[in-house]
Design a protein around this ligand. Structure first.
Ligand SMILES: *Cc1c(COP(=O)(O)O)cnc(C)c1O
Length: 432
C-alpha cells in the first residue's frame, strides 16, 4: 500500500515511511491510495473470528510489506490485550467501552500499535528514534505507556505544569526508563510551540532521528478501525446495522469509523458528537468550514477548534458533500446538557458516563428520537474516573479507582522542570 499526501506536493510513500515521518514533507496528511473492501463472507463469519484475527485482516492491507506477518500478528496481540466490550443500556442503546487499556482512554490502542511499529522500524534501521510530543493530558499518557520499554525509542513528553489532572500527571511521570517527562512552566500552546521549534531545528534533526506521535500519524489512525469491527462482531441484530455516535475532537476516531464503513462494514448512520466546539456541526449545516478558537469545556479532550483529521473524511467521500450528509449527522452539546445526561443515565441505568461518552450518548438519543425505527451504539472513549472531578459531584457518588490507576497513584513523580525556553529543550534532546 502506498500513501499520498493530501497536499499532493510530495511523492507517495509506503506504510513504514509514512509512520516514521508522521507528516509528508509538504506538511500534508498521508492517505491510502486505495481502500480495501471486504466481501460479504467476512461479515457473515465475523462472530467466529477472534479479535486478533479480525484486526490482522483489517490492518494487513494497509501495512503491506513493511512488517512481516509473524511480527505484525505479535504487535496486534500486544496492542489489544484487554477487553473491548459492547454494553447494553436499553433495547435501543449500547455503549462501546474503549476504556480498558492501561491509561483508561481509547487512545491506548492507536498509541500501542504505533509504538510497536516504530520500535520494529527502529530495530531495522539500527538507529535510535526520539519521539517528541506535547500533551494537554490524555495523549501523553497513552504515548508514554505505549512506548514504555520499547527498545531503540526514547520518548520526550512536554506537559504544562499544574494544568493536567492528578491521574494524568502520574501516568506521564512515574514510568521512567525510556520515558522522559518535561514539566513546562507554561500552557499547552507553549509546549506545542517548543516542539515545533525542535522539528524546525536542522542541527537537532541532523544529530537525532526525531519523530512525532500525534494523531495524524497513520499508525495511530488506522488501527482505530478495530473498534468498529469488534462492535459489529458483538452487535446482536445483524439484519439491522447500528447507528454509531463518536465523541469527536480532532476527528481521528470518527474518520477511522467512516473508513471501516468504506471497507464494507455495515453501519446505518454515523454521528459526530461534539461539545460546543462545533466547526463540523456548523459545516454540515451551512456548508462553510470555519476553524474557530478553542472553547474550554468539561469534555476537554474534544476541545479542538480546527480538527486535523476532518480533511480525511472529506477525502473518503471524494468531497461529495451530499453523500457525506446522507451518512453523517452532527450534534453540538453544551456542558450543562452533558452534566444532565451523566445524571440521567446514572439514575436510569446505574451506568456512569464520562463527559465525552455523555456527549456521544445524548447525540445518539437525539438522532434516535427523530429516527424511531433505528438502534445504535455510542462510543465511551474514557473511564469516568479520569474525570472524577466533573463526574462525582454530578452523580453524588465516589467512583472506585480501577486497579490500573491504584498502583500509579502511590508512585513517585519524576519530571524535569523547564521554562518556556527553547535552548533548554535543545540541550535536553542533544544529551539523550
Ligand atoms: C482524544 C479523545 C477524544 C477525541 O477523539 P478524536 O479522535 O480526537 O476525535 C474523545 N474522547 C476522549 C476521552 C479522548 O481522549
Amino acid at each position: 500500500m502506498q500513501y499520498y499526501s493530501l497536499n499532493r506536493q510530495s511523492p507517495p510513500v509506503d506504510f513504514k515511511e509514512a509512520a516514521i515521518h508522521g507528516q509528508a514533507p509538504d506538511k500534508g496528511l498521508y492517505f491510502p491510495e486505495h481502500i480495501p473492501v471486504f466481501d460479504s463472507s467476512f461479515f457473515h463469519n465475523i462472530e467466529k473470528m477472534s479479535n486478533e484475527e479480525i484486526a490482522y485482516q483489517v490492518i494487513q492491507p494497509y501495512v503491506g510489506n513493511s512488517i512481516p506477518e509473524k511480527i505484525l500478528r505479535k504487535i496486534i496481540s500486544e496492542t489489544i490485550n484487554f477487553p473491548i466490550p459492547l454494553a447494553k443500556l436499553n433495547e435501543k442503546i449500547y455503549s462501546l467501552e474503549l476504556f480498558y487499556g492501561p491509561t483508561l482512554a481509547f487512545k491506548d490502542v492507536g498509541a500501542r500499535f504505533m509504538s510497536r511499529c516504530l520500535g520494529y522500524f527502529a530495530k531495522e534501521r539500527n538507529e535510535k528514534l526520539v519521539v517528541l510530543v506535547a500533551t494537554s493530558g490524555d495523549t501523553g499518557g497513552a504515548v508514554a505507556n505505549g512506548f514504555y520499554e520499547v527498545k531503540g525509542v526514547d520518548v520526550v513528553i512536554l506537559y504544562p505544569s499544574a494544568k493536567v489532572s492528578m491521574v494524568q500527571e502520574k501516568q506521564l511521570t512515574t514510568l521512567g526508563k525510556n520515558i522522559h517527562a518535561l514539566e513546562v512552566n507554561g500552557n499547552f500552546d507553549d509546549c506545542q510551540q517548543l516542539v515545533k521549534q525542535a522539528f524546525a531545528d536542522k542541527e537537532v534533526k541532523q544529530k537525532i532521528f526525531l519523530t512525532s506521535a500525534n494523531s495524524i500519524n497513520i499508525a495511530r489512525w488506522l488501527p482505530q478501525q478495530f473498534y468498529y469491527f469488534f462492535a459489529y462482531r458483538q452487535w446482536p441484530d445483524k439484519k439491522h446495522p447500528p447507528v454509531i455516535s463518536v465523541p469527536s475532537g480532532n476527528f481521528g476516531n470518527l474518520c477511522a469509523a467512516v473508513l471501516s464503513h468504506a471497507s464494507g462494514l455495515p453501519v446505518q448512520h454515523f454521528i459526530a458528537a461534539c461539545n460546543v466546539n462545533d466547526v463540523v456541526p456548523e459545516f454540515l449545516k451551512t456548508g462553510d468550514y470555519h476553524p474557530k478558537k478553542t472553547i474550554a469545556t468539561i469534555s476537554n479532550a474534544m476541545d479542538v477548534g480546527d480538527p486535523n483529521n476532518f480533511i480525511r473524511i472529506l477525502e473518503i467521500f471524494e468531497e461529495d458533500i451530499s453523500e457525506l450528509k446522507r451518512i453523517l449527522s452532527a450534534f453540538s452539546i453544551t456542558d450543562d446538557e452533558t452534566r444532565a445526561t451523566i445524571k440521567k443515565v446514572y439514575r436510569q441505568y446505574h451506568y456512569v458516563l464520562d463527559p465525552h461518552g455523555a456527549v456521544g450518548y445524548l447525540s445518539l438519543e437525539r438522532f434516535l428520537k427523530k429516527n424511531p425505527g433505528l438502534k445504535g451504539i455510542f462510543v465511551e472513549t474514557a473511564h469516568p474516573v479520569k474525570f472524577y472531578d466533573v463526574v462525582e459531584p454530578v452523580i453524588e457518588e465516589k467512583i472506585p479507582l480501577p486497579p490500573a490507576v491504584q498502583g500509579i497513584m502511590d508512585k513517585y513523580k519524576v519530571a524535569t522542570k523547564m521554562d518556556v525556553d527553547y535552548n533548554s529543550l535543545k540541550k535536553f534532546l542533544l544529551k539523550l
